[in-house]
Design a protein around this ligand. Structure first.
Ligand SMILES: Nc1nc2c(ncn2[C@@H]2O[C@H](COP(=O)(O)OP(=O)(O)OP(=O)(O)O)[C@@H](O)[C@H]2O)c(=O)[nH]1
Ligand SMILES: [Mg+2]
Length: 301
């Protein structure tokens, strides 16, 4: 994970240790800026990182590589910590105390990992004693209903579905009624993946949200899509509204910039990161853990 970021920081530590001229410093930092951007760190975030390095160096040049890593770790952590901690399971427990089920609609473009993430979250909730129903509101993609049914069966959870091509908002509505009449605690609504340009699908999603009135709208993005994940987050926030983010497929991400970009540029909590294809491969977003992963082995210790 994050091998490219690791390499950038290692090579920077090599170059920036000891006394260097202002001109050389500018040259090094400019190179780092572009390397970070290539690593899916959005330009303004990369600029922030570089300026902080410059500032730190000016205060006191780095005497050793370890000092560089220490400074970098602090800068990276500060950026990641802009995403505030958020415990979804606790939030659902809080809401369901009122006797109403918490409704969560999952959003995201094709193939990012929505359905898998829903199954993972459903398992977490089930394991902490919550009663969960799934809503198969992806009535669009062939196989989508079978996929969520497969997970529901494995996890021993009910799933509400209609025919393919039917109104996804009606599926969500039925699932919410199912939950209300049985004192369930949470309704997790799967939706069809869409391209950001697909107006019809975006309108369909708006209708689901209008009907379901969810407590949470959670956007799932794929770590591998890099800067596009940032564009998706902006698009969904503008059109539908986003309460929290899950970054799926973090385990497969060699670059690592997405977490930095989203934590800094999207003022919404990153709730979980997906770390594999199994149900338990979903972890709370932990800035310290991510910073540790980025710098693990980078210091050459
Ligand atoms: N390695 C890895 N693979 C993941 C993760 N999350 C999902 N996947 C895989 O990504 C693929 C797509 O996942 P889905 O859950 O079907 O994605 P989706 O967003 O529901 O897709 P559509 O319904 O087609 O829009 C599957 O092969 C999943 O196993 C993850 O955290 N890590
Ligand atoms: Mg799906």
């Amino acid at each position: 994970m994050f091998n490219k970021l690791k390499r950038i920081f290692s090579s920077l530590a090599e170059k920036i240790t000891g006394k260097i001229s202002e001109e050389k410093l500018n040259e090094i930092l400019e190179e780092v800026l572009f390397e970070l951007v290539e690593c899916d760190v959005a330009f303004p975030v990369a600029e922030k990182i570089v300026e902080k390095i410059r500032e730190t160096y000016r205060k006191k040049p780095f005497k050793s590589k370890d000092e560089v890593f220490e400074a970098l770790r602090k800068i990276v952590l500060e950026i990641l910590e802009q995403s505030k901690p958020y415990d979804l399971v606790e939030e659902v427990k809080r809401i369901s105390k009122s006797g109403e089920p918490a409704v969560i609609v999952f959003l995201g473009i094709n193939g990012v990992g929505k359905t898998t993430t829903i199954a993972k979250i459903a398992k977490k909730m089930r394991d902490s004693g919550l009663k969960v129903v799934l809503a198969a509101a992806d009535t669009y993609r062939a196989g989508a209903q079978e996929q969520i049914e497969f997970h529901a069966k494995k996890l021993g959870l009910p799933v509400i579905k209609h025919k393919y091509g039917s109104d996804p908002a009606a599926v969500a509505y039925d699932a919410i009624n199912y939950a209300k009449s049985r004192m369930f605690n949470a309704v997790l609504v799967d939706t069809a993946g869409r391209m950001h340009t697909d107006i019809d699908l975006v309108n369909e999603l708006k209708k689901v949200v209008r009907v379901a009135e969810p407590h949470f709208k959670i956007l799932v993005v794929d770590a591998l899509t890099g800067n596009d994940a940032y564009e998706q987050a902006k698009m969904f926030e503008e059109n539908i509204g986003v309460d929290g983010i899950v970054i799926a497929k973090m385990d497969a991400d060699v670059k690592g910039g997405v977490a930095l970009t989203l934590a800094s540029e999207i003022a919404k909590p990153i709730i979980y990161v997906g770390t594999g294809q199994n149900y338990d491969d979903l972890e709370p977003f932990d800035p310290h853990k991510i910073a540790k992963l980025i710098f693990e082995g980078a210091s050459g210790k």
